[in-house]
Design a binder for this molecule. Sequence first.
Ligand code: NAD
Length: 260
Amino acid sequence: MIKGKVAVVTGSTSGIGLAYARAFAKEGANIVINGLGDAAAIETERAKIESEFGVKCLYSPANMLKHEEIEGMIKLAETELGSCDILVNNAGIQHVAPIEEFPIDKWNMIIAINLSAAFFAMRAAIPGMKARKWGRIINTASAHALVASPFKSAYVSAKHGIAGLTKTAALETAQFGITVNAICPGYVWTPLVEKQIPDTAKARGMTEEQVKKDVLLAAQPTKEFVTVEEVAALAVFLASDNARSITGSMQQIDGGWVAE
Ligand code: NAD
């Protein structure tokens, strides 16, 4: 049922987004990947998805700060691959600082990339989904869509906003065969997180294991990272027929974080 569908995944040049793209390709979906990064590295990943899974995979360089480019990304899927059936809003950035010192440009960028971009992509994709009477919209939110942490005002605000946007879109599309859900991961093992560990260990005089458990995973009861493959498997389930009655939901995958 995912086979032959078209999945557009924003922010899929690394981390969780790349895992989503590969997981949907493994199920036989054609893919539009998107994100920033080194052109040659992106082309390698794009070609690998095509050769490994025998599907079509296009790259959209759309910048999530620009609504015209986001609309162009959806149009690319519709014109080159025939439709946008599965939309995964995943691109995201972070900045950590107290509110009184938080740079205004960082606030604006985080709200634009982590929240407004999802609205623009949904706005462009929903008409086609409604016309075809089938669609899956999956928004990567965060545990920070449900609880806050200090010094992450923009990120927590954007992620709480994604929760509201997800519920609103779910209500508007419920009678059109479309589901809209948010995935709320805790700490996920991505290259971004991995790269911080050796430096943090050095700075704090800790072992790398101590950094993982006592610094990064202090809030996560399992004291283990969620993996990108686990998050992607949840997205594949949400796109399946068996998940057709799940809409407007926040899917926690956080090792128990928000249960505390
Ligand atoms: P990542 O940095 O590995 O990936 C972020 C992706 O977004 C990259 O592909 C990047 O190129 C893209 N991106 C950033 N700015 C962009 C822009 N202006 N236009 C287009 N693409 C842009 O990080 P990740 O950990 O894989 O995060 C992916 C999503 O998961 C984010 O929304 C993040 O908030 C969320 N998340 C991550 C974690 C975690 O612990 N890693 C936890 C909860 C939620």
